[in-house]
Design a binder for this molecule. Structure first.
Ligand SMILES: [Zn+2]
Length: 161
């Protein structure tokens, strides 16, 4: 069995990317961060995204800024959905009001927590369909740290197809 950390290329359909942006853009119009997930199947070193998941979420304004929160019952429902459909999560994507970077809160409260999964932060509430090169892309290493990676090349390549 291969591990998510073996993946060197993620293929995501353009529709999944843009539908996700659209969903997060709506949250942004309310002044809130939005979050979506990519799920699909791994074949060796290739991960094919097949599904966009928009979890039920609450947008919070806290002293530290904004945050999209997914409650425990929704997380449980999500896990059942993934299991029943033989899907794995490969990435979580969320928006920031301004600059794209992984905040301390993002590190602590990530939903996709499997070693090897990606976290993509989209700037400016995804007001437009930003190319991934303008987003901040991170990947969880086997020590549990999120490192910024270059999604344009292997072993962290993300290809929009
Ligand atoms: Zn964030």
């Amino acid at each position: 069995m291969s591990l998510l950390s073996d993946v060197t290329e993620v293929r995501v359909p353009r529709q999944v990317l843009t539908d996700g942006y659209e969903s997060m853009r709506l949250a942004g119009k309310l002044g809130l961060e939005g979050m979506v997930l990519w799920a699909g199947q791994q074949e060796g070193t290739l991960f094919q995204v097949t599904q966009l998941i928009v979890p039920k979420q609450r947008g919070l304004r806290t002293a530290d800024g904004l945050c999209a929160v997914v409650d425990g019952d929704e997380l449980a429902r999500l896990n059942v959905h993934l299991y029943r459909n033989s899907l794995d999560l490969v990435a979580q994507i969320h928006t920031h009001p301004g600059a794209a970077y992984h905040s301390e809160t993002d590190d602590k409260f990530a939903i996709a927590t499997t070693i090897g999964c990606f976290s993509i932060v989209v700037p400016s509430f995804a007001v437009r369909d930003f190319p991934l090169a303008e987003c901040a892309v991170y990947r969880l290493d086997d020590a549990g740290a999120w490192n910024e990676v270059d999604e344009s090349e292997s072993p962290n390549r993300i290809v929009v197809v």
